[in-house]
Design a protein around this ligand. Sequence first.
Ligand code: FES
Length: 291
Amino acid sequence: MNEMVRNFVRQQSWLDTLGAPLQKALTDFYHGRENESGPQKELQNFLNGVWLGHPLHAILTDVPVGAWTATMVLDTIASLSGNDDLESAADLTLATGLAAAVPTIASGLTDWMDTYGEEMTTGLMHGLTMTTSTLLYVGSLFARLAGGRAVGVALSNLGYAAMAAGAYLGGNEVYLHGYPINHAAFQHPPSSFTPVMPESDLPERTLTKGQAGNLSVLLVREGDQVYALDDTCVHAGCSLSGGTLEDYVVRCPCHGSEYDIRTGSVVNGPATMPEPSYEARIENGMIEIKG
Ligand code: FES
């Protein structure tokens, strides 16, 4: 079934046509004035979930999904029992889901802005399906408020079906395409100090890529002090050594996530999880690291 869904999304060439200008509009909004510390950047960091150390969208989605599941259950029991209180409770959970849908959509759009290829098209299809679901719930609420309960319930049930389809696509975005999982999650740093390169090969304050066995590491030297991070950006797997260094902040060349070279902590998103940081030393003329 999953292959069928994937092929269906692949065949929708209009997703590329729609996605490109939408991503450009979002990028212009967040980065349009190269503003890396202004309110737009703060908003992007907040919606990505930098403050949480975890994608915010993944948590927010639970609220409308849970609330609208409750709506369906309460509507069903209310129609069987004729209990007015249960009808009111169903309406309340529907409105709760709608209130939560606003920040959920905003955080999803902000994450989606940095996707490409099949991640982009699947994410866009997910977003459009969830937006359709939200609009059906809006229609349902209006119908209920106008006294058309049967129409309202029918619309919310359609909304629930759309939400289930959107959730399936959201699952594909994470579990099939790997966005936005931690791309350094499966690295295995050496447990004892392992040589990376001769000390003489490591220039001062320059992003330098090295190998400790199978592990690619990013090194920065400041006198006798050496800092080492994993070279694979946790956000989407780009090599941090191709980025830039300013003070103690390394900036990823792909989507601009920034990490403190001394600790790996996130300074700016879209990454939300810290970059793995390794212990480094100079021993007998060699740079060595361990996890
Ligand atoms: S890969 Fe996206 S910010 Fe590094």
